[in-house]
Design a binder for this molecule. Structure first.
Ligand SMILES: [Zn+2]
Length: 235
């Protein structure tokens, strides 16, 4: 024998649980969508950083190249001056300048080679990075669309679930409803639980014989002495 109020409360509790689950999911979905967008932003920034770094390498190499060109022009000038002078000392001094500039050019060209290698590696990384980013963009787009679709579905499911919840509420006598609501508010999970082996199905503490008997009698609502949840006898 089961108390009709208990029956009504069990239906209500099931519908309450559904409303709570949908509400929680609906609250969490925007955060999940944000996380996808955030991840895409981070990956895009990281890729742009890599691309800029690679461009900088090439800019640096071009700067060194200009330096080499100006030193080569200087050498040409020195050589012209050498042809115009008749002083041995001046000729020797210009020779010294030419050798010095040639050494500098050689050092600069070594750096240029290193930078060219680094640039090639950079270009390969940029190509790889771009491929990965495009793949992720595609993945993120789908994930976002999926989450947005879920959001719309949950939102409409929640509307239906709330209607059913309201219908179930109408079948519960007012005093029992306020008692149930009070317990649910403090316990968060469930307000009415079955008795299992003489213990409360909520807190699992042993119930007194009197409580079990009252629940079995099914004439009045009875609470667990420990947690306060309503308990009922499950035949
Ligand atoms: Zn209990």
């Amino acid at each position: 024998m089961i108390n009709p109020t208990v029956e009504a409360l069990l239906v209500l509790q099931e519908r309450d649980t559904r409303v709570t689950a949908l509400t929680t999911e609906l609250e969490n979905l925007p955060r999940q969508i944000d996380a996808v967008e955030q991840e895409l932003e981070t990956r895009t920034e990281r890729f742009e950083e890599l691309r800029n770094k690679t461009r900088q390498i090439e800019a640096e190499r071009k700067k060194i190249d200009l330096d080499v060109q100006s030193k080569q022009a200087a050498i040409a000038r020195y050589k012209t001056q050498q042809m115009q002078t008749r002083k041995n000392e001046e000729f020797a001094a210009l020779n010294h300048e030419i050798e010095h500039a040639q050494k500098e050019i050689s050092t600069l060209e070594d750096s240029e080679l290193e930078l060219m290698e680094a640039y090639d590696k950079g270009l390969a990384s940029v190509a790889e990075g771009q491929k990965e980013l495009l793949q992720f963009q595609d993945k993120a787009k789908h994930k976002k669309a999926e989450l947005e679709k879920r959001e719309a579905n949950v939102s409409s499911e929640l509307g239906g679930a709330r209607e059913k919840q309201a219908e179930a509420e109408k079948t519960v006598p007012e005093d029992a409803l306020s008692r149930y609501r009070r317990i649910l508010k403090s316990k968060k999970d469930v307000a009415i639980v079955p008795i299992h082996g003489g213990a409360c199905g909520g807190c699992h503490m042993k119930l007194t014989t009197q409580t079990v008997l009252t629940a079995k009698g099914a004439e009045t609502l009875i609470s667990c002495e420990n947690c306060g949840r309503l308990v009922y006898w499950l035949e």
